[in-house]
Design a protein around this ligand. Structure first.
Ligand SMILES: [Zn+2]
Length: 507
């Protein structure tokens, strides 16, 4: 009888916006930090903090038979700026020491986002995978999950045996992909060797064009699933994170097969060609702020009309936005609109002030003190403290359903007597109605909601807002999908659509 396989568990999750300030150790520790047995306890709990890859992987490994999990560590900062190099180097050393202490190993699972950069090194995941390979040697399977927004390098593809990207955007399949990784791990443990094909296209899509249920991106993912048969283990279609401003930028395809290189290459070529041929459909259709104001005025004036949800996509913290641009809020205040909720604004200074003043206090709120990013303009407005919380929530629906999330000290302020705004102390995108409801806000009674999120909110609000009631606003911010306005420095050129004459052909 053979001993149960010894599998190391680790992770590093960062979507790095090349234009946002560096992601610090403090930010990582406040958002996701699990080490040793705490990691295993978390991912086996009913309300984990882990984003899902490890949760699914461990659950499937547990279900499939005996194994020995060796939890090392995971950290993550969601989306932010490039990770501070010294922190990444230290975390890498911690992982390496943990792996060496866990030897001998039969396999390693890595939960990664894949769109990280560091303040010095443009390819932290490539460095991470190379380190794992160096420690465990050439024959131990390494399986990793990636966010579908990963910016993939050849180095990242070279070291793992199997890379599996999310297939849904909004990301509701993180656990499922972790489970798939465990199924793949069991197969690799039985001795199967993989072959991989990797194609990166000179294609830089706006983030809003990457929903997985429509358009060329949805078609490519669906076709990849049809082709996952015979020798093909996995087809991953990566939309890339355009604002990473990375030499790794570009939509890409990774196909993994059971040792059949030609089959993997054929499938990768077909998917890449589909994306390239339909690239003209990868466009943003955003609404000017003035138009959004006019649309909401109609709805507020006519109770028979259903409410509207506006996505302030350019200030999405889920892409590294500051979560506090004030242009939309200012426009709505100036238009005299009421019955509208804004979720969620990152302003720890204002949240702390509201906590100090207490529930019921009225004061002049000054937004964005000390912020100097484009669009994070100061705003002064009369406010009432409606409710306060410690910001510890559990998601209701969608991406954080059943998961814990910390918003830090949080305040619901009523601005100008008619607009409800939730101010938080830890930068997050609005993913879930729980971010408003935990304070007592009646989301269903609002005539309009403005969320700072690019698209992931859709999974948390889909029972309240159908597609045609969701409008994407063209506001300021660090994550505007209007790519022609972005001062890219590091993306490989030429790339479409920045360079309209860009050419690509398979092979
Ligand atoms: Zn993503």
């Amino acid at each position: 009888m053979t001993a149960p396989p010894r599998i190391a568990l680790l992770g590093f999750m960062l979507e790095a916006n090349g234009f946002a300030p560096p992601a610090t150790e403090e930010e990582f520790r406040s958002k996701l930090w699990l080490q040793g047995e705490d990691l295993l306890t978390d991912v086996r709990s009913a309300t984990p903090r882990d984003p899902g890859g490890l949760v699914g992987f461990v659950a499937e490994m547990d279900a499939a038979g005996p194994w020995t999990p060796l939890p090392i560590a995971i950290t993550g900062a969601g989306a932010s700026g490039p990770v501070e190099q010294s922190f990444f180097d230290g975390f890498l050393a911690l992982l390496e020491a943990g792996l060496r202490a866990a030897l001998p190993l039969d396999g390693v699972y890595v939960e990664a986002h894949g769109a990280a950069s560091a303040t010095v090194d443009p390819d932290p995941e490539g460095v991470l995978y190379a380190m794992v390979r160096r420690v465990v040697g050439p024959d131990v399977p390494i399986v990793s999950t990636l966010d579908l927004h990963a910016n993939v390098s050849a180095e990242m593809v070279a070291h793992p045996d199997l890379l599996i990207a999310y297939r849904t955007n909004p990301h509701t399949d993180m656990r499922a992909r972790g489970q798939e990784a465990a199924v793949g791990m069991r197969e690799l443990l039985s001795g199967v060797k993989t072959a991989k094909a990797f194609i990166r296209l000179p294609l830089l899509p706006p983030s809003v064009a990457l929903l997985s249920d429509r358009g060329p991106y949805g078609a490519a993912i669906a076709r990849g699933q049809q082709l996952t048969t015979g020798p093909i283990i996995n087809v991953s279609v990566l939309g890339n994170f355009s604002l990473g401003d990375s030499p790794k930028n570009g939509m890409s395809v990774i196909v993994t097969s059971r040792g059949d290189q030609a089959a993997a290459q054929r499938v990768a070529t077909e998917i890449a060609t589909l994306l390239w041929d339909r690239r003209g459909e990868l466009v943003a259709n955003l609404m000017p702020i003035d138009t959004a104001v006019a649309r909401l005025k109609e709805v507020v004036a006519n109770p028979a009309m259903p409410p509207l949800l506006f996505a302030d996509v350019a200030d999405n913290p889920g892409g590294g936005g500051r979560g506090n641009t004030s242009a939309v809020l200012r426009a709505f205040l100036e238009a005299g609109i009421g019955d509208t909720g804004f979720a969620i604004h990152y302003d720890p200074t204002l949240a702390a002030e509201a906590h100090a003043l207490g529930q019921g206090a009225r004061f002049t709120a000054q937004l964005n003190r000390g912020e100097d990013f484009p669009g994070s303009d100061p705003l002064e407005v009369e406010a009432e403290v409606m409710a306060l919380s410690d910001g510890e929530i559990v998601g209701r629906r969608g991406m954080i359903a059943g998961r814990k999330q910390s918003l830090g000290p949080t305040a619901w302020l009523r601005l100008a007597g008619r607009i409800e705004v939730v101010f938080v102390s830890i930068r997050h995108q609005c993913l879930d109605t729980a971010m408003l409801e935990h304070l007592g806000i009646d989301v269903r009674a609002l005539r309009g909601i403005v969320v700072k999120s690019r698209g992931h909110f859709r999974a948390g609000f889909d029972d309240l807002f159908s597609d045609e009631r969701i409008l994407e606003i063209d506001g300021p911010g660090l994550v505007s999908p209007m790519l022609a306005r972005i001062p890219f420095r590091h993306v490989p050129r030429p790339i479409w659509p920045l360079d309209p004459a860009t050419e690509w052909s398979p092979g």
